[in-house]
Structures are given as C-alpha cells and as structure tokens.
Unconditional design. Structure first.
Length: 318
C-alpha cells in the first residue's frame, strides 16, 4: 500500500522536473535548487500559464502595474456640448489614425444627444408674407423618425406654398395647434445637439432659440463646402449638397419637399464629415476659465490683505 502513493508522487515530481528543465533551457525560468530557494509547483504553473502559444512570455512582476489612465468611453446624460466636442477630440487623438476608432467615435459620444430637424412653412398675414409652421419632422442620429406632425398655424393660412412645402388644405384637418406642437418639439430638442440646413428658419418658425454651440447648420459648414468643391462663403442648398456629396436626389417634382427626407439628408451630411467638424469645433472652443478651487495660482491668503477689507470695518477695529 505505501508504494502506491510514493510512485504517484515520484511520477508527479518527475513530470515537474521535466517541465522545469524545459523552461530553464528556454531561459524562461532561472535555475534553482543549489543554494537558493526551490521552485514550487505553483510558480512553475504560473510560468507555464504565462508562456504563450507563439513562444512569447508575459513579464512576471511582483507588483501589478497600474493601468494607464484613459478617457471614459461614456458621457453623462447631462454632458454639455463643449465637453462632448472636447471628448471627441481626445478620442480622436488616442485613436492614432485608426479608421475603426474614427467610425465608432460617434457611438461612444452618445448618439442619442444628436437629432436633425426640418420644418415646412405656409404663408399667413397680409398677402401671405408671414411664414408660420405647418409641419415639423425630427429624426434621430440613425435617421429614424422621432417626430412628424402637421401643425395648424396661429393665423389663417393665405398661401399654402404647396410647390415647396407640400402642404395642402387636407393636411390641416388633423393638424394640432401650434402651442401643443411647440411644447412637444421643444421637449425633444432640450439638451440635444440639433442638426439642420439653414436651421435658423426652423427655429424662427418654432419661435425658439437654440444655443449656438448645440447647433450644427449644414448650410454654414466649411467642411461640407470644401468637400463638395464649393467656395466656403457660397450659399449652397441642401439639394445640391445631397447631389454632390451623397449622390442623392431630393426635393424633386411638383409635390413639394418632404421634411422627413430633408431632416434625414441633413443628418447624413453631418455624419459624413462629423469627425472633422467636431474636431475643428473642439479646437475653436475658448479655453475654460480656471476654477478657483482647483487652480493652484489662486491663493486665498491674498484676501486677508487690507485692500479687501471694508473701510468702515477697519476704522471700527482701530
């Protein structure tokens, strides 16, 4: 009976010695057993596990190396547009020219914060010269329709402008009042980066002002104009940009424009040059003012000087 365990132990020890000899020959394990401490089987298993199939070995250190500091891959829902742009720029600098990183950078930057909008207007007021909202469409970063409703203007319609707006009298039968539509739309646009073409017209029809740093107007984008081979100061239509850059025909025929199609096209144009656009925007942002709490140059002891104390208080203390 005693011979069984001893044989097993000796065979196990023999396999252990063979493996150690192989590792010593490869230079992956320093020789032991003379006057130093013996190599334990756990150490040998560790060395074996660290040896890769291609012959490389991961470095063995007593201390675990600290991970490199990297920018968080996600942003909080309340992230401001300037922090998004700066975050975008940092991600691009970390990408080292990797096209895969560039393509996925937008997904990392919370695409839910991006929407595109387009509105169609009709004529009201004297001779129909006043433009009022009659339809509004909002699409997501991927081009999915988030909102698309016909809106009843506050004043009677004088000119439907069907040739351009596509609006007819029948569309007003189920249209919702302007005040209700405005409340719904502004709720969607809140805290979003809004893309559009000549977007100031859309905001004017909504009687709304969107922050400039959260607005991406494809009609004013130098990046898009350069890519289309057009002068930077040229007034270019959405139709022509779509034809030059997307090889896509829009706004054709006599039935008017589709606000859904126009919004989707604006988002496609934005995504086409998004990386360069956001990178240039990040570089053009003004530097942030230093925080008095974290700024090492801000020395609170200076406020103890006499010049910061009220004169009457100083007189009473004398």
């Amino acid at each position: 009976a005693p011979k069984g365990p001893s044989k097993k132990k000796s065979r196990k020890h023999q396999r252990f010695m063979e493996r150690r000899a192989v590792l010593e020959q490869k230079g992956l394990l320093s020789p032991h057993g003379r006057l130093g401490s013996q190599t334990t089987e756990s150490e040998l298993e560790t060395h074996t596990a660290l040896t890769k199939a291609n012959g490389t070995t991961a470095p063995h250190c007593d201390k675990v190396p600290k991970p490199k500091r990297t920018v968080s891959a996600s942003l909080s829902p309340s992230a401001s547009p300037d922090s998004i742009a700066r975050h975008h720029s940092v991600l691009l600098s970390q990408g080292n020219g990797s096209s895969k990183r560039v393509r996925t950078s937008s997904l990392v930057l919370r695409p839910s914060k991006y929407v595109a909008i387009d509105c169609e207007m009709v004529g009201t007021g004297p001779q129909g010269r006043l433009s009022e909202l009659a339809r509004c469409s909002v699409v997501s970063y991927e081009g999915d329709v988030i909102y698309d409703k016909y809106v009843r203007p506050e004043l009677p319609i004088v000119d439907y402008r069907t040739r351009w707006s596509g609006i007819t009298e029948k569309h007003m039968k189920n249209a919702i009042p302007f005040s209700a539509a405005q409340a719904e739309i502004l709720k969607i646009l809140k805290d979003k980066i809004v893309v559009g073409h000549a977007i100031h017209h859309d905001f004017q029809a909504l009687k709304y002002f969107h922050p400039k740093d959260r607005t991406r107007d494809t009609s004013q984008s130098p990046v898009l104009k350069k890519r289309a081979g057009l002068p930077v100061r040229a007034n270019v239509s959405l139709k022509n940009l779509a034809r030059y850059l997307l090889h896509k025909k829009i706004q054709g025929g006599c039935k008017g424009h589709s606000s859904v199609e126009d919004a989707q096209t604006a988002m496609e144009l934005y995504r086409l040059v998004e990386v360069q656009w956001e990178k240039e925007l990040a570089h053009s942002l003004p530097p942030r003012p230093p925080s008095p709490i974290t700024d090492p140059a801000a020395d609170s002891s200076q406020y103890l000087d006499d010049q910061y104390w009220p004169t009457d208080l100083m007189a009473s203390s004398l």
